[in-house]
Design a protein around this ligand. Structure first.
Ligand SMILES: [Zn+2]
Length: 176
């Protein structure tokens, strides 16, 4: 009884976190992250694991070091990151343009290499897009429109503020 109450509270915390980040769920506690296999077993449904290099977005192979990707059509967000693997929601991703898809993957990849900070992950993603050639000014505007509805709070900057920062990162020749 008590355990189920605790689990419900944890779920409520996780949902609250998802709402403020709006397209990216970082687990509240990463002390003991699940393996991709444990994650798939836990969520069930149609979730499946793609090995590194196995994910294609609109025909292009996506890489984040050697990290695998879990495709989870029931994820309550576009993407998520656990230490060691990425999670993408193919159902939601199918609704956005190619640069936005790749930016979401690169943002989650940014968390793998740069930690939980959202602005740092944003910067990592747009600089990667510029270097790899899949992001131009038009794509950047599509990303800004995509995150525009995200409201800020004490911890997270709103979408428009994030875009100011991303535009600066995109234009910055030094890689962060
Ligand atoms: Zn994020």
């Amino acid at each position: 009884m008590q355990l189920s109450k605790l689990l419900m509270q944890l779920a409520a915390i996780a949902v609250g976190f998802a709402l403020v980040t709006s397209f990216c769920v970082i687990p509240v506690s990463a002390d003991n992250p699940p393996t991709p296999e444990e994650y798939v077993e836990y969520v069930g449904g149609d979730a499946r694991i793609l090995p590194a290099g196995g994910l294609k977005l609109d025909g292009d192979t996506q890489l984040c070091g050697r990290r695998p990707t879990v495709l989870d059509p029931n994820l309550d967000d576009y993407g998520a990151a656990y230490p060691g693997f990425l999670i993408m929601n193919p159902k939601l991703l199918s609704r956005v343009s190619t640069p936005v898809k790749k930016w979401i993957y690169a943002h989650e990849c940014g968390h793998q290499f740069r930690g939980p900070d959202e602005e740092t992950a944003d910067c990592f993603a747009v600089q990667r897009g510029r270097r790899y050639g899949w992001l131009n000014d038009t794509g950047l505007e599509e990303i800004c429109s995509f995150i525009a509805p995200a409201k800020g709070d004490m911890m997270h900057l709103g979408g428009s503020h994030r875009c100011v920062y991303m535009r600066r990162c995109y234009a910055d020749p030094s890689v962060r």
